[in-house]
Write a protein that binds this ligand. Structure first.
Ligand SMILES: Cc1ncc(COP(=O)(O)O)c(C=O)c1O
Length: 463
């Protein structure tokens, strides 16, 4: 009974939080000092004495939500995390309640079935046939782990003994200079070392230059290096731009090199008939990473690693855990062999609830709307005096800067974040620091961007 009553209380509070954010009530974010916040929330007392129920829970939630950043607020424009479709959050509740760690089938048959269906749906969007039953992809806790998993599969192909003997010294990882840090981190984790990360030639907007890629790969071979994989971006974290996948795939095919597409942010455009051309050629890759908690509107977090050859993931890891891994006759499948994780949440449920509740068409429309908004924002910014725009957006990300040094951009963002009425990020790209908008909230309108510019001018004049 307490559970139901408290559950209703939680749902009421969450509904109020989301509605208030959309109505623009209050700031986007507030950051009380940590010590004060811990005290206001009575964290130490509650841990010691318990009692987080009823009226006490209500008070706690009020304070908790007041200090929670409002991703659905129209003036939230900072990071690539979805303002989640509410039903996706319901899926997180179901998962939290059932707690079926589903990486072995018997621990969560329903969750495993949902994951298999989500993976099959994503494979189809990439342009690959669904595998029989399950396989050909797996869901992981985030794009960083997904990138690592895909690159381990690539390593197993080029260096099958690496799991036992370590990474051969000649292996290098070729990626765009704009690639997400998780790629370099994966190189570190795999024991390749950062020196093995080689930046492919790029064009003036930082996209991989396919015309120079072939000579670059030949040069690496001449140096005695073996490319483990080429990592292309769909799209880049800083500017949201897409590498020319088909052309890159052709070069990789000619050189016999594994092509990995990091589509953590931008692969969601595959659901839009209008936008999927940005990923033309993705089906020629050997592996793809796709985050659902970015543009698919899912609660954090859920990323997919998809592989063209359904067997490719079988070789990424080869560990023994006798209590889990043994031959058994079972009506489903285990995915534990394909992931870093052992205990795994029912990640697929959150994506499934988003798509099954809203429908693919509605999700595609939101992605298109956010992309159109980014393009309108870039046009608006270009017309403003003293503002430079980095590139015409291909996704929902826009980068721009006010005339002045990098420090000015950082200081403007610092003041903006302190005040909390707008929340934006910054990024380094093309040798400069930019103010960066990741337009995630479907409530954001072009006048919010206009108001942001007014506020930035005001803050600049104050300096
Ligand atoms: C291109 C790209 N790859 C990978 C990641 C990492 O994904 P996650 O935050 O889910 O670990 C990001 C995150 O922003 C990204 O933009």
């Amino acid at each position: 009974m307490t559970f139901r009553k408290d559950g209703e209380l939680v749902l009421d509070a969450l509904e109020g939080f989301a509605a208030g954010a959309q109505r623009r009530d209050g700031p986007v974010l507030e950051q009380p000092p940590l010590a004060q916040l811990s005290q206001d929330l009575d964290l130490v007392g509650l841990i010691r004495d318990g009692g987080l129920q009823g009226a006490r829970l209500k008070r706690f939630l009020g304070e908790y939500l007041a200090a929670s950043t409002k991703l659905g607020h129209p003036r939230y424009m900072a990071h690539q995390v979805a303002a989640p479709i509410p039903h996706s959050a319901l899926a997180a509740l179901i998962d939290g309640f059932t707690n079926n760690a589903m990486a072995i089938y018997e621990m969560g048959p329903a969750a495993a079935a949902v994951e298999a269906a989500v993976v099959a749906w994503m494979r189809e969007k990439v342009g690959w046939a669904p595998t029989k039953g399950a396989g050909g992809g797996v869901l992981t806790h985030g794009g960083s782990l997904a990138n690592l998993t895909a690159l381990l599969a690539a390593r197993a192909r080029i260096a099958p003994r690496a799991w036992e003997e370590g990474s051969p010294a000649d292996l290098v990882l070729v990626c765009s200079p704009a690639s997400h840090y998780s790629i370099a981190r994966a190189a570190g984790i795999m024991g390749l070392g950062q020196r093995a990360v080689r930046h492919a030639p790029a064009d003036e907007l930082g996209r991989m230059d396919h015309a120079k890629l072939s000579a670059f790969l030949t040069g690496l071979r001449d140096e005695g290096r073996t490319p483990l994989a080429v990592v292309a971006l769909a799209g880049s974290t800083a500017l949201g731009l897409y590498d020319p996948l088909r052309e890159i795939a052709m070069v990789c095919r000619d050189h016999g090199v594994w092509l990995h597409v990091d589509g953590a942010h931008g692969a969601s455009a595959l659901v839009s008939v209008r936008l999927r051309g940005l990923l033309d050629g993705i089906e020629l890759a050997q592996s793809v990473v796709w985050d659902a908690h970015k543009m698919l509107g899912s609660s954090t977090l859920c990323a997919a690693v998809l592989v063209a050859d359904a067997q490719a993931l079988d070789h990424a890891f080869s560990e023994e855990a006798s209590y889990l891994f043994h031959d058994k006759d079972q009506p489903g499948f285990d995915s534990i062999h394909w992931t870093v994780e052992c205990t795994k949440a029912a990640l697929g449920l959150k994506v499934f609830f988003s798509v099954a509740c809203e429908g693919e068409g509605a999700i595609a429309s939101t992605i298109e709307r956010q992309t159109d908004l980014a393009q309108a924002a870039a046009a608006l910014l270009r017309d403003k005096p003293g503002i430079e725009v980095a590139a015409l957006p291909q996704s929902n990300i826009v980068c721009f800067r006010l005339e002045g040094p990098d420090e000015l951009q950082l200081e403007l963002r610092r003041r903006l974040t302190r005040d909390g009425a707008f929340y934006i990020s910054t990024a380094e790209a093309l040798g400069k620091r930019w103010l960066r908008l990741a337009l995630m909230s479907p409530a954001t309108r072009i006048d919010d961007v206009d108001a942001l510019v007014g506020e930035l001018y005001r803050l600049r004049d104050e300096l």
